[in-house]
Design a protein around this ligand. Structure first.
Ligand code: VAH
Length: 317
C-alpha cells in the first residue's frame, strides 16, 4: 500500500487520485499535518501525521503495511526563506525520518526534487542532470541534500530511492505552495475573476514549467519503471519553459482584455534568477521513456477549460 506525506499540498491530492485509480482507493493513504476538508475523507483514507514524529510515522508504515512512500512534505522556495528553521526541520530532519523508515521497512521511496536544487553557478540554459549544484535557498539546499542522501542510502543500504526534479507545476484545482512560480497559476484565477493581473516577476524571467498531469504521470512512470532501466536515481523532467510575457500572450488569446502590470518581488526575483532557464531531461526520456503531453498552448487551454474562462464573459454581459 502507498503512503503520501505532505498529501494536502499542490500535488498530493492529484497524486492520490491517480494512484487510487491504479491501485484501488483504500490502498493509497494521504497524510498531512493539516486538517483536511470533508471531501478529502470521502475520497479515500487520510491519516493526520507529523513528519517530525518518527515513532508515529513508523506506526503508520507498519500498521498499514506500506510498501511505497511518496514524500511530499516540504517548505518550498519563498515560503522556506521566510522560516528557515522550520524549513530545515521539515525538509531535512523530516527527510531523515523517512529515509530511515524506508530503509528499515524496505519501502520504495519517491522524493521530489526541483529546479530549485540548482543555483547561480549551475549551467542554466540548459541545466543537465549532473552539474554544479549550489542553490541559494534552504529549499534548494535541502533538496540537494535529499538527492545525495537518497543516493547514498541506495548504494549503502539498497534503498529503492527514486527522485524527479520538478519544474514549476501549474494546476487548476490545487493551489501552489512555494511562491516563486506561483504567478503562473495566479494569472488564470485573476484573468477570470477580475481581468487584471499583477505579476511579481520580471516579464522576461524564463523558468521551466509543467502541467500537473504531466508531473503526476512522470512520477508514476518512474516509480513503475523496472529497476534495471534506471541509470540514475535522480532525473530532471521537463515540458516547457516560458517567461511571464509569453504566458500573458497565450492567456490573452482566451481573455483578450486581460490587463497585466508588473510589481517585482525582490525575494522571488532573486530566487528565479538563480534557477535553470531550460531543463535537459534527455536521460529520463532515454531511460524510462519520459515524454510530456502539454505544451504552453495546451496548458492554457486546459487551465481555462477547468476554470471556465467563459464564466468571466457571462459576468461581463
Ligand atoms: C516554488 N512552485 O515556487 C514551487 C516550486 C520549482 C518551484 O518549488 O517554490
Amino acid at each position: 500500500r502507498v503512503l503520501i506525506t505532505g498529501g494536502l499540498g499542490q500535488l498530493g491530492v492529484g497524486l492520490a487520485k491517480l494512484l487510487r485509480k491504479r491501485f484501488g482507493k483504500n490502498n493509497v493513504i494521504l497524510s498531512d499535518i493539516r486538517k483536511p476538508t470533508d471531501n478529502i475523507f470521502y475520497s479515500g483514507p487520510f491519516i493526520y501525521s507529523d513528519i517530525l514524529d518518527y515513532k508515529n510515522l513508523r506506526e503508520i508504515v507498519v500498521n498499514n503495511r506500506i510498501t511505497w512512500l511518496f514524500h511530499y512534505s516540504a517548505l518550498l522556495s519563498a515560503v522556506g526563506e521566510a522560516n528557515v528553521p522550520l524549513a530545515r526541520a521539515v525538509n531535512i530532519t523530516g527527510l531523515h525520518n523517512v529515509l530511515d523508515i524506508a530503509a528499515e521497512h524496505n519501502l520504495r521511496l519517491f522524493v521530489p526534487s526541483t529546479i530549485g536544487a540548482f543555483g547561480p553557478t549551475s549551467p542554466r540554459d540548459p541545466t543537465p542532470d549532473l552539474c554544479i549544484q549550489r542553490p541559494r535557498t534552504i529549499y534548494g539546499v535541502s533538496k540537494v541534500h535529499a538527492e545525495l542522501m537518497g543516493e547514498y542510502y541506495h548504494y549503502r543500504y539498497g534503498l529503492d530511492f527514486r527522485c524527479l526534479r520538478y519544474p514549476g507545476i501549474i494546476s487548476a484545482d490545487s493551489q501552489p505552495g512555494g511562491g516563486t512560480t506561483d504567478y503562473a497559476v495566479q494569472i488564470f484565477h485573476d484573468a477570470i475573476k477580475t481581468g487584471k493581473f499583477q505579476c511579481n516577476l520580471k516579464p522576461d524571467t524564463r523558468l521551466p514549467m509543467m502541467y500537473i498531469d504531466d508531473c503526476l504521470k512522470a512520477t508514476l512512470e518512474v516509480m513503475e519503471a523496472p529497476a534495471e532501466a534506471l541509470s540514475m536515481r535522480t532525473y530532471n523532467i521537463s515540458a516547457m519553459s516560458f517567461a511571464p510575457e509569453e504566458l500573458v500572450q497565450e492567456v490573452q488569446k482566451h481573455v483578450p482584455e486581460l490587463q497585466v502590470t508588473y510589481s517585482v518581488d525582490a525575494v522571488r526575483q532573486a530566487i528565479a534568477d538563480s534557477w535553470p532557464m531550460n531543463f535537459d531531461d534527455s536521460n529520463a526520456r532515454r531511460d524510462w521513456g519520459w515524454k510530456h503531453d502539454y505544451d504552453l498552448p495546451e496548458l492554457v487551454t486546459t487551465m481555462f477549460s477547468f476554470l471556465g474562462s467563459d464564466s468571466r464573459i457571462a459576468r461581463a454581459n
